[in-house]
Design a protein around this ligand. Sequence first.
Ligand code: ADP
Ligand code: ZN
Length: 747
Amino acid sequence: MFILVAVPVPSLDLLTYSVPDHLEPPHVGARVVVPLGARVVTGIVVERHVATEGRGEIKQVKQVLDTGAFVPPEVVALARWTAEYYASGVGDTIPALLPPMARGGRADAHKTTRIAAITVMGAEAEVTGKARAALDLLSGAPTGVSTPELARRGVSSAVIASLAKQGFVSLRQDRVDRDPFSAHVAISATGSDPGLTPVRPGSDPDRPLTPEQTAAVDRLLALARTGEFRVALLHGVTGSGKTEIYLRVAAATLAGGRRALVLVPEIALTPVTAALFRQVFGERVAIQHSGLSDGERHDQWQRIRRGDIDVVVGTRSAVFAPLERIGLIVVDEEHDGSYKQEESPRYNGRDVAIVRAQRAGALVILGSATPSMESYHRAVTGKYERVVLERRVLDRPLAAVTVVDMREEYAAEGPDVILSRALREGIEQRLAQNEQALVLLNRRGFATAVFCRQCAGTIDCPNCSVSLVVHGEGAARRARCHYCNFTSRVPPTCPLCAGPYLEHAGFGTERVEAEVKKIAHGARVARLDRDAIRRKGSLAGLLSRFRDGEIDVLVGTQMIAKGHDFPRVTLVGVVSADVGLGLADFRASERTFQLLTQVAGRAGRGEQPGEAIVQTIYPGHYSIQLACRQDYPAFYERELQFRRAMRYPPLVSLVNIVVRSRTFAGAMDDADGLVQSVQRADGGRHDLRVLGPAPAPLGRLRGEYRAQLLIKGTNRRRIREALKVALAKRPELQRRVIVDVDPMSVM
Ligand code: ADP
Ligand code: ZN
């Protein structure tokens, strides 16, 4: 028999092997050991009984590792779909399917430990001292206690060994599943760790739902009861209680004998959702995310695979979890950019989730206060059901938003002002009332550029086409590239003309933090951005300190805007709301609207009403205006006009292709070659339009030049086919071409 095998090697497609007669033919989803060039690798069987006409020599499978399917066949099929749709090799998707340690074929290498249990003899033994204490402890745990746990409780291994020798204690080796809830993650549903427990009231099954929530749950349950594939867009303003709805529908799904998969953008940023699921569904919840160790992930994967798990809560790659009988998939904050993987395969977890649900006949709930243009478009055109929550729970009002025109501030206070008068007053007032404030600026660093007053030159990254960002102050000052991490000291004079006057331009979160400290005398101010959380665990620590009231003002990037529920925050300030609007990206307005709406949604979630102060130099821009009014439908209509006029998604399909090369001319030439051959492959049918080649907006990255072409069309399959033909003609380009289907950004 011949089989198709996917091996975890980047950009490799499926490979054909023969199964020698002495081996049991493997099932789809089984792991096999196969030769690959001079190496031997472990792959997954994707298809059996394949035809082999016209192929050259076919190598033999060396070993079959599983008698059944290791990865459920439906997940193998999903990976194949993903590779096809996102134009990547199947090999790229394989790592997402396997638990970390299975890649080398050691799937069953569980961590085991010694368990001591009291015997019948032991229960009647007359002993004293340490032996007595040990037996007393064990008599309270009939199934036994692990030796490390005994050691923690002061029972030494010597005491246990001696009791075992006398027949009072039995010892066995047993598998232990590392529990990721125990130590590593800042998720504590049980309240055992006071510093990390969300202080908000948890889900209370007896708490009455609001009328809107009730109506939403009823609609969703009716959809779930059909037992068929359905997609519902749950469009609920911030604080409308969407999590509660997910929990209820998940409970009904489980009661009906099916399972639930819950995707969240970033577990560390949405620990509450994960914790609530754990609280409601207990041990049968697995949580999967990148912060887990390989061992923890491996154990969780095995528990899911064994069927011990009914609910998986995880980030994007959890869409490939080996969970069977799925009846519900929730995609929380479905608009979030982190669902898109920015390396091959460049899949969007939300969209793969929809395909998975389609095959499983499951209900998908896409939840958001600011749905993506794509999802809302499908809801408006009737492809998705639309379920709306217009009010916050307990009728808490949405934050009142004030727009500050920074041009007026500059006129009144000079060009260097960072915090407007209104924002300064707002912060001072909150501090006086013992309330909290969030201050957002979506740009890291202290100063965003250094320029010379004499020659107007800037200090740029030697590898990338961007200027270096200054981090730190005084002696700690460094200039750093945000793309390749190149770091240098800030020179005392201009490296171009030796001019002595170097000035800082622009500002980032570090500078805002310093400005807030200046006005907030003695208040506790902290910063949350990627630089501040480099150390593992520091993110969770900062968030819980803020939640516990040990921080008064938290300054940060979009990280502070996401999903948090901080009841004592009554003010949100947005410094430079227009940061993203300057980018040459078709999603610039959408992202600005989402960010502003989400961050304003962080204010006033407790008893006190909230306020948001938004500083901008474009107070009239529709994404700022409509975010301030929290008018999503108006934003959608306005943005759709732009997308239609410019032919952008959701009205057409888009593929972004970047060609990298050591020289600018090389990149442009290769991109031009691709443009020509895509056009030829399309055969002049003109259903697709190829734009380019052009230098990519980020024209140089890590020392390589980048040229770009965009393919737009209404028939995605035709785009993909034309592209496949074009790329097949230039196999040598493969390593230098990035293909991004349904891109989140075209930078
Ligand atoms: P969203 O995800 O829609 O922004 P959340 O699910 O975070 O909203 O809920 C916001 C807050 O409202 C949470 O503190 C939650 O515990 C609370 N909440 C949810 N439903 C109810 C309800 N029916 N009654 C009272 N409080 C509720
Ligand atoms: Zn760089």
